[in-house]
Design a binder for this molecule. Structure first.
Ligand code: CO8
Length: 258
């Protein structure tokens, strides 16, 4: 990996975007490495039960797509880049393992779109958020026109998208863009602690929750119907038996993800 640092510990894979000299701007090669990590490690590896995505250095999560890289693109290349990015970010959003963005600084443009593709966002007080694409004569191409209104509502999303305003972490929390804001030195411990809490639950049930919530936003899908199916399928798992018997015996359940 040229642009990502990977560290696996106690079932958590931490992926660090590693281009600090460019504020971790997302170039095409970095995104393709990210896709590979999810396809080849996160999805298939049973030992990985949760994922953290963060940025290297102390200034940025990611300050957007790499402007220098796409500056010479034409429309066809721009659309292809956008479609490739959607493919990567959808893979993250649909990950059966929980993915938390640990937002340690600037979360702008494509960087913020990456954060929004994660299931949960926890920010340091130093984080700054925005979709500044209209400053460049562009619109967001990695999902912000869809995921930002899903998270904060249409009116505020349009305001941020059209003014290119940069907001602080406390405002992002107020709007619902992030789940929690903590001091910088508390960021990683807080993220790890939330992931550990999720990872202590039944893994297949966690995956089904992600599937059902995503279904609400997927065109052509009936989220209520998806819930009925996934609910029913949960009964046929060993984890369901383990969870219910542990409850009835007043014990702590041990889930195996089976
Ligand atoms: N792309 C490439 N390089 C970047 C980016 C970026 N997005 N952001 C920062 N850098 C580089 C700077 O060029 C600089 O490099 P160098 O030292 O070689 O000059 C280095 O990072 C440090 O940046 P600054 O000196 O600018 O740091 P400041 O603290 O002064 O400013 C800012 C920080 C405010 C974050 C500033 O860097 C900035 O405005 N960056 C650009 C933010 C932006 O516009 N992001 C949106 C990009 S467009 C996008 O994300 C579209 C996504 C969808 C694309 C879909 C396909 C078409």
């Amino acid at each position: 990996m040229n642009y990502l640092l990977l560290e696996e510990k106690d079932g958590i894979l931490t992926i660090t975007l590693n281009r600090p000299e460019a504020l971790n701007a997302l170039n095409i090669a970095l995104l393709s490495e990210l896709k590979k990590v999810f396809d080849q490690q996160v999805y298939p590896d049973k030992n990985i039960r949760g994922v953290i995505i963060t940025g290297s250095g102390n200034k940025a999560f990611a300050a957007g797509a790499d402007i220098a890289e796409f500056a010479g693109f034409d429309g066809e290349e721009g659309e292809a880049m956008s479609r490739d990015g959607h493919w990567v970010f959808n893979t993250i959003e649909q990950s059966p393992k929980p993915v938390i963005a640990a937002i340690n600084g600037f979360s702008l443009g494509g960087g913020n779109e990456l954060a929004m593709a994660c299931h949960i966002r926890i920010a340091s007080t130093k984080a700054r958020f925005g979709q500044p694409e209209v400053n460049l004569g562009l619109i967001p191409g990695y999902g912000a026109t869809q995921r930002l209104p899903q998270l904060i509502g249409k009116g505020k999303a349009l305001e941020l998208l059209m003014t290119a305003g940069i907001i602080k972490a406390d405002e992002a929390l107020r709007l619902g863009l992030v789940n929690q804001v903590v001091e910088p030195d508390e960021l990683m411990p807080t993220v790890v602690s939330m992931l550990q809490k999720i990872m202590s639950k039944a893994p297949l049930a966690i995956a089904r929750v992600i599937t059902c919530v995503n279904a609400f936003y997927e065109s052509g899908k009936d989220g209520f119907d998806e819930e009925c199916q996934q609910f029913g399928a949960s009964f046929d798992t060993r984890d369901f038996k383990a969870g219910t018997s542990a409850f009835l015996l007043k014990k702590q359940a041990e889930f195996k993800g089976e």
